[in-house]
Design a protein around this ligand. Structure first.
Ligand code: UDP
Length: 415
């Protein structure tokens, strides 16, 4: 069982004391988080530790996942693409399947949701649930993890009608905020430093993983960890690798990904990636199971170059994970990557494969500089992107939402 006390060793006593203090007026608060998958992608990654820790702090927290047929996830994936700027085709049938699937889910979830003090709906998939809960007694918050800076308007206009009925929204970046009739909070995601994905590993464990995956531990490794998604630009990574090969011929590329149950496009993108890789046996395309956290941890620790060449990115937890492991990241100049990758300090922001190749050459040729950047990178994460900070913000938002600002201040003074 995860306990908040375990985090003292990473953050110090003060941070944990503050969390306990913040949680005091929230004891027994009924909170339900709803998203669309237990595995794969950043939302599931965060909830899998956020939920137990909120419980450990005395809140009565549940995590519910909506279910749907493939058609539903195709529609929600196309909404996801549209919110990140892609002009997707629209058909009445799409809206129908989206709305009906939510109504079906509400049959099972209604009593829990209507009873809750706070419902946090993650991303667009479960948005319409609110309308199926007419006797809701709590406050509803929409937590958007997507890069909403330039949405395809027709889809956003449609989804906005649902969002407007919420009591608050949370976005990862100010750039993503939208005209809405309720309060909007900014909250960056975070990583769990004690999880299998991020805990310390010995050099032997890292070596064993490389050998097990058929990698040559003596030769440099370029890595991108991501779902097979076009926004993550895996083909751009292959192009970068081919450019870097011209001056580092023994380079190996690892594209590590897996499936998210709410992302039906993965197979098509994987096929494109396989075609892009051709017969090059130094390109390792890994389809990992959802619980391969230690393998990903070892790959991130063992990589010489970490890329996250996304063209759109809500936040990019894979960037945070690599920075925490002391690796500078060559990241696409997009969304939340901009918050984490500070040029020449924690990595490099790039727009093209040529730019990524140039920065790869710099890091390969200046290992001391890469190490120095890695130390800065870890510190950036320690100060800004650990779970404890995120937890504190959730508690503050719950408090504001339940009690309102004035009462909250009085409560804080009284505790
Ligand atoms: N991830 C994983 N297995 C994979 C690919 C990704 O466990 O095969 C994890 C990755 O380590 C990270 C999360 O899924 O924790 C992806 O989050 P991110 O914010 O980078 O992207 P998203 O998938 O949410 O767009």
């Amino acid at each position: 069982m995860t306990s908040i006390e375990d985090y003292v060793e990473v953050t110090g006593e003060n941070v944990i004391d503050r969390l306990r203090q913040l949680a005091r007026p929230l004891q027994g608060l009924k909170v339900v988080h709803v998203n669309s998958t237990y595995v794969g992608g950043g939302v599931a990654e965060i909830l899998s530790t956020m939920v137990p820790l909120q419980k450990d702090l005395g809140l009565d927290v549940r995590w519910k996942v909506i279910r749907g047929q493939e058609a539903f996830f195709q529609v929600t994936k196309s909404f996801h693409n549209a919110l990140q700027g892609v002009q997707v085709p629209l058909r009445d049938a799409f809206f129908k399947v989206y709305e009906e699937t939510n109504v079906q889910n509400s049959e099972e979830l209604r009593s829990i949701l209507e009873e809750a003090d706070i419902v946090v709906i993650h991303d667009p998939q479960p948005l319409p649930l609110l309308r199926s809960c007419p006797n809701r007694r709590g406050k509803w918050i929409w937590r958007c993890h997507i890069d909403l800076s330039h949405p395809f308007r027709p889809v956003w206009q449609y989804l906005r009608k649902y969002v407007m009925e919420f009591n608050a929204s949370i976005f990862s970046l100010a750039d993503f905020a939208q005209p809405l009739p309720h309060i909007q909070y900014l909250m960056q995601p975070s990583i769990d430093p004690l999880s299998d994905k991020n805990k310390e590993l010995t050099p032997d464990e890292v070596l064993a993983t490389k050998l097990q995956l058929g990698l040559d531990p003596k030769r440099p490794i370029m890595l991108q960890v991501s779902r097979f998604d076009r926004f993550k630009d895996p083909l751009g990574v292959i192009k970068t690798y081919k450019l870097v090969k011209t001056f580092a011929p023994d380079l190996q590329l690892v594209l590590a990904g897996g499936e998210a149950t709410d992302d039906p496009e993965g197979a098509a993108v994987l096929a494109e990636v396989r075609e892009g890789a051709g017969a090059d046996e130094n390109i390792h395309i890994l389809l990992l199971p959802p619980d391969a956290h230690t393998t990903i941890n070892a790959l991130q620790r063992g990589a010489d170059l970490v890329l996250q060449k996304s063209v759109k990115e809500g936040f990019g937890l894979t960037v945070t994970e690599a920075l925490w492991k002391g690796k500078p990241v060559i990241g696409g100049d997009a969304g939340g990557i901009r918050l984490q990758v500070v040029n020449y300090h924690t990595g490099f922001l790039v727009k093209t494969p040529e730019g990524a190749a140039l920065r790869s050459r710099y890091l390969l040729r200046h290992p001391e500089k890469a190490q120095e950047m890695g130390r800065t990178a870890r510190e950036l994460v320690r100060q800004n992107f650990l779970l404890t900070r995120n937890l504190q913000e959730y508690l503050s938002i719950f408090m504001s939402t339940i009690y309102g600002d004035q009462e909250r201040l009085e409560l804080q003074m009284a505790t």
